[in-house]
Design a protein around this ligand. Sequence first.
Ligand code: ZN
Ligand code: ZN
Length: 257
Amino acid sequence: MNYNYHTHTPLCAHASGTPEEYIINAIENGMEYMGFSDHMPFICANKNQSGYRVPYDKGKLYCDEIKKLALKYKDKIDIKVGFEMEYYPENFKEMLKNARDFGAEYLILGEHFICDESVNGHYSSKDTEDIDLFKTYVDNICQGIKTGVYTYIAHPDMFNFVGDKEIYREQMRRICKVSKEYDIPLEINFLGIRTNRIYPNRKFLEVAAEEQSPIVFGLDAHSTEDSYDGESLKKAMDIVNELGLNYIGRPKIISIK
Ligand SMILES: [Zn+2]
Ligand SMILES: [Zn+2]
């Protein structure tokens, strides 16, 4: 594995280490392609900003800083700057415009919430039997894929639907089918492997294998040591081989410039 397009920075307030430290560690471990994809700045309808995002007024600074580093290390590693961004139907156009204005080069889709990020909102990893919420999550990701601007889908299996297993498979199959049809990869998320989260979800990946959706890896690095992760790589390759997943290697970057 010589690529990773899922990297955070301390600007999102839940990561440690400097971007330059991440880059040096990645180079030392043989990485050749690296992308920063911190959480997209976003001001909600209630004028609040979620605490897990890069602050709105730091969006441009973040892109500028990574571009400077990309130049500094260009002979050793190819570095791109982008964002991990939800697909919220109502806000998509504005968010895409802002991402471009900040200077982002690419996007990955991470649907952490279902539109509403207030205390009343639903965090995708929180367990629920609510079918409507689950369908909205799936709808958003499918629509997001169809916009053609997202390079890949980060942790598509982060939604924690604990209801009927057949409904789970049926809904997740919609994501897998659209991913295959539009050739937009789904990520096996190494943060999930490292920290034993509910993703990667085997039931999800079984459906992805049946549909032969394109699969990529993402480190979801939140600290310097995470900018390479050989241990999770072994586990991820085991899952790929065991389930017969369509692992494609380095994703093709969709430029939003
Ligand atoms: Zn994420
Ligand atoms: Zn992430």
